[in-house]
Design a binder for this molecule. Structure first.
Ligand code: CA
Length: 236
């Protein structure tokens, strides 16, 4: 795994931010923080965090709005913080795309346990945050639970490795993956092949999902670095 996991905390209560910075910092995370929704969004774009702890009630841009904004471009795990404990809030938190939910007051230890469990799930690159996703107005569809992929409505046969590579890429649409990161995330760090093995998987995947493999729209080559996902999507 690449170095320390980065956590972005967006919360307007200074005391909570201070406590989380200290506690999560000691637990080995890199912690970034913002005190309102707008600077939270700016910091998200700047830092490309591995997980976001997001307060629901925030000045300038609410936690709910911020969560929806982030979900338009990223599947980064989001843990919502809320002062309320009603069941309705819980449901709407998940409906707007949060992955977990912590009600105030909470102990930093509890939050840390949640964060670690979500990061484990998300970093294995396989387990879904959304079970079905589609891109470019339904041109490409993926169902993570049934491991199926469709191009223009037609089933596409992919190998398990190809499916895992694509899952890793779509999970972080903003992230540029190096070959090594893709191998770790999709094939596991005990994979003992050459980094260039990824290139041949990518070539095969492109021949299955791209209209024009010479000008791909889904799996983009970032010259000198690696690959990133280029579809614009919806999820459910
Ligand atoms: Ca608040």
């Amino acid at each position: 795994m690449p170095d320390k996991a980065r956590i972005l905390v967006v919360e307007d209560e200074v005391k909570i931010v201070d406590a989380l910075r200290a506690y999560l910092g000691n637990a080995g995370f890199d912690v970034y923080s913002a005190f309102d929704g707008e600077s939270g969004l700016a910091l998200f774009n700047e830092t490309n965090p591995d997980l976001i702890v997001l307060d629901l009630m925030l000045p300038k841009l609410s936690g709910q709005r911020l969560c929806m904004e982030i979900r338009r471009v990223s599947r980064v795990p989001i843990v919502m913080l809320t002062a309320r404990s009603g069941e309705d809030d819980k449901i709407s938190g998940f409906a707007i795309g949060a992955d977990d939910y912590v009600t105030k007051p909470f102990s930093p230890r509890e939050l840390r346990a949640r964060i670690e469990s979500i990061l484990r799930r998300s970093m294995d690159g396989i387990s879904p945050l959304f079970s079905s996703m589609s891109w470019n107005d339904g041109d490409l569809e993926m169902d993570v639970e049934s491991h199926t992929l469709k191009k223009k409505g037609e089933s596409v046969q992919v190998t398990p490795n190809e499916f895992r590579i694509l899952s890793s890429l779509v999970r972080y649409p903003q992230k540029i993956f190096t070959r090594e990161e893709l191998i770790n995330s999709a094939l596991g760090s005990d994979f003992d092949g050459f980094e260039r093995t990824i290139d041949s998987h990518i070539k095969n995947l492109r021949s299955k999902i791209e209209d024009d493999t010479a000008n791909p729209t889904y799996i983009l080559t970032v010259r000198g670095v690696g690959y990133k996902f280029g579809g614009s999507g919806k999820n459910s």
